[in-house]
Design a protein around this ligand. Structure first.
Ligand SMILES: Nc1ncnc2c1ncn2[C@@H]1O[C@H](COP(=O)(O)OP(=O)(O)OP(=O)(O)O)[C@@H](O)[C@H]1O
Ligand SMILES: [Mg+2]
Length: 180
């Protein structure tokens, strides 16, 4: 068993059982810090609407907000589950189950070795320019830890982010047929 802390999820890897359990990575003290240090100050100087937008947040994928600190991992888990359920995308490592985003069960895959840990970024260099600015998510695609080997090919394990899902949909067939 191996436990790995990602930015938005904490994963418990169980290779013998062939699964990974993903829990949201929550940041209560960070959220409290943002709130305590900035919220009232911003409210006083720039008004309630701005204070609410900047500190509490209105987009769950924007880091540095209270919403992100508590919600990003849950939203990522839930999006991953729903995306796989709807698309059965061949490039995604299957997500079998989600308990409302509070924990997910995903199929385990072999981490990439030194020989092929540059492959994902080459995919990204090739694919993202064709979709325009909406599909830029280097955080996921430039980090080889977000990819594994399974069923004889490269698969993505971290597809909770909106832009990554856009790229996966935009290149559904190409990603399905790419072979290294
Ligand atoms: N299905 C899987 N098989 C094997 N290892 C996995 C699997 N899913 C996740 N991992 C490992 O756990 C790590 C964290 O998982 P994941 O990337 O889904 O979380 P995250 O918090 O969204 O990541 P990030 O830090 O990139 O935002 C991965 O980088 C990978 O090393
Ligand atoms: Mg990741």
């Amino acid at each position: 068993m191996k436990i790995c802390k990602g930015l938005t999820r904490i994963t418990v890897q169980l290779p013998r059982a062939g699964i990974v359990v993903k829990f949201p990575h929550l940041y209560p003290s960070l959220a409290f810090g943002y709130f305590w240090e900035s919220f009232f100050e911003l409210w006083k100087t720039r008004g309630w609407r701005i204070a609410r937008k900047i500190v509490l947040g209105n987009d769950i994928e924007v880091m540095g907000t209270v919403l992100w600190c508590f919600g990003a991992g849950i939203a990522g888990n839930w999006s991953e589950f729903i995306f796989y359920l709807k698309t059965r995308h061949g490039f995604c490592q299957p997500t079998f189950f989600s308990f409302f985003g509070l924990f997910n069960i995903q199929k385990y895959g072999q981490p990439l070795g030194d020989d092929d840990d540059k492959l994902p970024r080459f995919y990204w260099y090739e694919l993202y320019p064709t979709l325009g600015s909406k599909a830029v998510d280097g955080h996921t695609w430039l980090d080889a830890d977000n990819f594994i080997r399974d069923r004889g090919g490269l698969r993505i394990v971290d597809y909770g982010g909106r832009k990554t899902r856009e790229l996966l949909i935009g290149h559904r067939f190409k990603l399905g047929t790419l072979r290294d």
